[in-house]
Design a protein around this ligand. Structure first.
Ligand code: ATP
Length: 383
């Protein structure tokens, strides 16, 4: 590395450290002798919204509770702006961490109005400042007209706005959101995702959210941290984790995933749907020449066309009507199974021969050949 590069790297590192609000270093947590969090490292930067995403029981809520101080780690250290708050002999009580929490069920005070709920954590401020801050927050969450309403007079989305405003009122250095949309109707959930992101960004707060819903995580977050069995599988922007998953688990958890077996040759990858040029495969070095790999294909990457048997490379085994689209499951000649997404009016007959071809014009991710069954089993919504 040249000196210039060394200096640049160091400067980037320093500014990165200065921007780090939360750090989890080597965190372990057990319950009754059972390890639920194992050697977890994570850092969250100033102003970002990071979502912990994973299936039920993977340890998301426990991680959030450790950050809040509602649980103590059995190993490792948690730091807020560089200061240890848990581990290595330190433990700062939850109320002294300057961390706000928005609970799943919002936990509003039922006998206080929206305005009084928001003002709850502001008693130390002089009255005029308190009023100004409440006004600003009600304005931020779009609830000026409902300031006198009690929680049971507000819709789910409005209650969530009050809960957010109340948590933001004391200007916490970090805001935690526990499954923030799980108490809302499906339609409202989508609307509130955009609203919550807007509010957090306008407030400029650093936030960590928890969900098992991959679409929600990808639509609201700056970065997503995918958890599996108490471990962090991958951390990255929604685009990075979706387009370039680093494990089959991440590939499958973030959306429907099929794996196409291929043999790497000098000029392309030989697959059951034909040869795929090398430059269409992400980061494949010549080190893998001659190796067997599995290419990740999403349902919109492939198409199945009905053809005479002599021209076919597969057969349609299953059809799932999804409204705007139809998901066909096709078994290829070598036994690989791929999901193909078609428009709702494109009928492909069941049990008939088809030619599957690659329609994707983006780079495909790949994995060294291995057990594919595990990944298919955890594809959300797969039959
Ligand atoms: P969900 O999405 O279902 O809430 P999660 O990913 O948030 O799941 P956690 O609630 O963190 O998962 O739980 C992780 C594991 O730890 C689970 O196996 C759970 O049963 C266990 N666990 C969590 N809290 C406790 C506790 N207080 N005592 C014993 N076991 C616990």
């Amino acid at each position: 590395m040249s000196n210039e590069n060394a200096v640049r790297t160091e400067t980037a590192q320093q500014s990165d450290d200065a921007n780090t609000v939360l750090e989890l270093v080597g965190i372990h947590k057990q319950f009754g002798g059972e390890t639920v969090i194992e050697n977890l490292d994570l850092s969250v930067r100033e102003g970002e919204l990071l979502t912990l995403l994973g299936p039920s029981g993977c340890g998301k809520t426990t991680t959030l509770r450790l950050i809040a101080g509602l649980e103590e780690p059995d190993g490792g250290e948690i730091r807020l702006r560089g200061d240890p708050v848990a581990g290595s002999g330190s433990f700062v009580a939850p109320e002294q961490r300057d961390v706000g929490i928005v609970f799943q069920e919002f936990a509003l005070f039922p006998h206080k109005t929206a305005e009084e709920n928001v003002a709850f954590g502001l008693h130390d401020l002089p009255e005029a400042e308190q009023k100004q801050r409440v006004d600003d927050l009600l304005d931020l969450v779009g609830l000026e007209a409902h300031r006198e309403s009690y929680p049971d007079e507000l819709s789910g989305g409005q209650q969530q706005r009050v809960a957010l405003a109340r948590s933001l009122a004391p200007e916490p250095q970090l805001l935690l959101l526990d499954e923030p949309f799980s108490n809302l109707d499906v339609d409202l959930r989508v609307e509130m995702r955009e609203e919550v992101r807007r509010i957090l960004k306008e407030a400029g707060v650093t936030a960590v959210s928890v969900t098992h819903d991959q679409e929600e995580a990808m639509s609201i977050s700056d970065r997503v941290a995918v958890m599996h069995d108490g471990n962090l599988e991958q951390v990255g922007t929604p685009e990075q984790v979706f387009q370039h998953p680093e494990s089959r688990f991440v590939a499958s958890f973030l959306g429907h995933a099929s794996f196409l077996s291929g043999r790497v040759q000098e000029d392309g990858i030989l697959t059951p749907v034909g040869s795929i040029e090398r430059d269409r495969v992400y980061g494949l070095s010549h080190e893998y020449d001659g190796a067997d790999i599995d290419l990740l294909v999403r349902p919109d990457d492939v198409r199945a066309e009905p053809v005479p048997k002599s021209e076919a490379n597969g057969q349609v085994m299953h059809r799932r009507f999804l409204g705007p689209s139809i998901l066909y499951r096709v078994e290829l000649g070598n036994g690989d199974v791929v999901g193909c997404m078609h428009n709702h009016d494109e009928e492909v007959p069941l049990n008939e021969p088809v030619a599957v071809e690659l329609a994707a014009d983006h780079e495909l991710s790949w994995f060294p050949e291995g057990v594919r069954r595990v990944a298919r089993d955890c594809t959300p919504g797969d039959d």
